[in-house]
Write a protein that binds this ligand. Structure first.
Ligand SMILES: CCCCCC/C=C\CCCCCCCCCC(=O)SCCNC(=O)CCNC(=O)[C@H](O)C(C)(C)COP(=O)(O)OP(=O)(O)OC[C@H]1O[C@@H](n2cnc3c(N)ncnc32)[C@H](O)[C@@H]1OP(=O)(O)O
Ligand SMILES: CCCCCCCC/C=C\CCCCCCCC(=O)OC[C@@H](O)COP(=O)(O)O
Length: 271
């Protein structure tokens, strides 16, 4: 009788152990989303009281409130090249985009008066959407390219008028294939139209701790490398492609350099 009772336990226990990393994966992901939603609930009234509505200064509140989330997820950031962010006035930051976890890295180094460009669907992400709106995030419709271009041209003017910096993910979507996706052109048009420098920032590969397909989410350290600014003064629309290719080359080498082994073993683009 006892033995029969033990049978399911003996079967279930190894299964539980075997799937525990899967459990950790879902647990951490759910925690991340729920906790960010909760933080946003607190941040919304603070932002409204501080600045009365949509205002780039709200990014300070958001940055402050997100900074500790990494500890709960077992993540650490190692930043190099801080000095390259010591640039006065507006600029465009471009970085690679692997996951929604990138927000944690963004908030580690987000300069003052810097907001982001994001897909418009994000505004519907509950309290997080609301906080994005309050933080002055510029929403673009990726399905309607002409609209997106207009919004970005307006952003170029606002950048100069209000002395704002903008963070763009030029890959245009999340990507964890071990390399960088070809860059969209918007960020480079933006920088050239505003005649402001581009500061490339590279996040090392997440593949040594976070694997979406394998359902793995371990602890890990992410290297953030801020690269020297690329000037755009005097460049015109004709230079967009060259500028984009130049930036891609620099960022791809930096990505390979700081991602090391984790990309060598996972990335299709390392050959
Ligand atoms: C405290 C509380 C807790 C709160 C929790 C929340 C915490 C924090 C909140 C912050 C969270 C924010 C997180 C944000 C992350 C979100 C990230 C994203 O959403 S990524 C997705 C959106 N981003 C992008 O798409 C990147 C920008 N995209 C572009 O720049 C694209 O270029 C485009 C959308 C403008 C156009 O795309 P597309 O047509 O597909 O491709 P292209 O090849 O780039 O362009 C086609 C041709 O058009 C020309 N072009 C492009 N832009 C312009 C322009 N501005 N002006 C003129 N012409 C333009 C381009 O040159 C191409 O023509 P060609 O002849 O081939 O050169
Ligand atoms: C009631 C609505 C519920 C919505 C739940 C979603 C809420 C998300 C909550 C917490 C995460 C906080 C960080 C959010 C910012 C992450 C944005 C992001 O990474 O968007 C993906 C986008 O770059 C690329 O999109 P695609 O890869 O093209 O797709």
């Amino acid at each position: 009788m006892d033995a029969v009772w033990m049978l399911p336990v003996l079967l279930v226990l190894p299964l539980l152990l075997w799937t525990s990393s899967t459990f950790v994966f879902y647990f951490k992901k759910c925690f991340y989303v729920a906790y960010m939603m909760l933080l946003a609930v607190i941040a919304i009234p603070v932002c409204i009281l501080k600045s009365g509505g949509r205002d780039i200064e709200n990014m300070r509140v958001i940055r402050f409130m997100v900074r500790h989330v990494k500890y709960f997820l077992g993540l650490r950031f190692q930043v190099s090249g801080w000095e390259h962010l010591q640039t006065d006035g507006p600029y465009v930051i471009i970085s690679n985009h692997q996951s929604s976890l990138d927000v944690l890295g963004v908030m580690e180094i987000l300069p003052d008066r810097c907001t982001m460009i994001a897909k418009k669907e994000l505004i519907w992400a509950g309290t997080v959407g609301m906080i994005c709106w309050l933080g002055g995030i510029v929403f673009i419709n990726r399905q309607k390219t002409s609209d997106a271009k207009n919004v970005m041209s307006d952003a170029a003017k606002t950048m100069l008028a209000d002395k704002i910096r903008l963070w763009v993910f030029p890959e245009g979507t999340r990507n964890q294939n071990g390399g960088l996706l070809p860059f969209k052109k918007g960020a480079f048009h933006l920088a050239i139209q505003a005649q402001v420098p581009i500061i490339p920032i590279v996040f090392s590969s997440y593949s040594n701790f976070y694997l979406r397909k394998e359902k793995e989410f371990k602890s890990g350290t992410i290297t953030l490398k801020v690269l020297p600014k690329i000037e755009t003064k005097g460049l015109t629309t004709d230079d967009v492609t060259t500028l984009s290719e130049q930036s891609f080359g620099i960022m791809r080498s930096a990505f390979m350099e700081i991602s090391g082994q984790s990309v060598q073993s996972n990335g299709p683009s390392t050959h």
